[in-house]
Design a protein around this ligand. Sequence first.
Ligand SMILES: [Zn+2]
Length: 509
Amino acid sequence: MNLKMGIDSYKPGWEIVLKQIGVSFDQFSLSDKISPDKYSVLIITEPHTSKENKVIDEFLNAGGAVLYSDNSILDRISYKTRKVRFLCSEENTPFSQVGLVDIYSTIRIARSNNIKTIDSKLNILSADYGTNLILPFNINELILNCNSRRKKFYANRKELPSEIVAEVSKGKLRKIVEKSLEYLHHKRDLPFVHLWHQPHIDKNLFIFRLDTDFCSKKDAGEMYKICESNNISATWFLDTDSNDRLNNYALMKNQEMAIHCDKHYVYDNLEDNYNNILKAEQKIKKCGIKANGFAAPFGDWNYSLDKAMQKMELKYSSEFTLDYDDLPFYSYYNNEFSKILQIPIHPISMGRLRRSHFSENEMLQYYIDLINEKLKFGEPVIIYHHPHHKHFDIFDKIFQFVNSKNFGNMSMNEFNKWWEERYKLEPEFQYVDNRLSVKFDSENVCIKISITDGFTISQEKNIQIDKIMLKPHFKTIIKHDVKRIRKFHLRDLLYNHESRRSREYFSKD
Ligand SMILES: [Zn+2]
């Protein structure tokens, strides 16, 4: 039995999500009968002819499982469309962990007597023939969406922090797809197996990013001291506008240096973006610094910026207006994948907390809550700071907390290199008589095996499934007041005005 997903047509948004999850997948043909041993789940994204639909039905009748999404239900079941800003998952469903997901798009809700609800709030349904799920979203379009907007983030206090970030919560949609595939495997009594998304088998990943805009030599020194004393290798994105301090960064040990900008601005054309990065690179080169990575001013991203980074032969970048709180991916635009690996971070910095009037204790608590939540779900923690904003004591405490928990620290480039290795793998998972055999060419990547009763992360290539030591599945309690993060406040307009003014200031020569 092949533990493999088949998809009906080539879709870059789906490729991004399936590579992030790390499942085995390829495109299948509906011209012939498909055995349920060949694919564990078929993903249907398009309407099909009645002959092709018969092949899908036969696959379902023979015990296969199907995930319907995007435009697939159009030819089969009547539906209604609804414009939604966001949805919020229901308690005690396979999707509870997802929480609030921003959509800002039209969803399609299937309507028929023969349909049962799996998550009534997310509108995830199942038709009563065979093992299947129907998603109301166009996953492909939503994953490729490049719009951004101001969003508030949850905290245990009244006034919430906000930032201009990617409009669609792509990380949450990826989670919905992962949970759907896991649910369908378990319904078939099969293990759900995929490449693990963290480098360490037993540790969570912690990455710390620094943007050096307006940073004095003294502030940089203080920040470095705290990184050093806590054994944290940070990645410093250098603002090269002030030449006199660059030599200082070259002297730091066990820290990665990368490019933020020369002029603190993202242009809307290739030439200006290229020249800006080139100028920054020439300045750091003089100090003996070689950069592999880039993080754009204001977290802004556009196609011409991506082109400029490719022309500069950079390896990775990190822009939260493209994506945040998600796993790395190669962006897709104008019919091509970028060669630059996008590494999403958590976009709320100390500066944003300060602007929303957080006290020092509340700032620390915000990050402790965030780290605990990511730790609970086995997700990498990637946070950032401007040393210019100081708050060194809080970071000292955050690092001490990280070191007291089960974390492994990497620089952004180390994670980029590891992800690149993972990305190239084309794993095969065979499951016969309770035995899983795993085939892919790397000793540095683990797998996650999930069965109904729990899961494990493993490095083995040959595993007796009923002998594995299981950890319990992640359990979530949905925050009852999470919807308040999408309630409009007049302050949002003020912050938008400030952001515009700040960009305008830097756009001038
Ligand atoms: Zn900046």
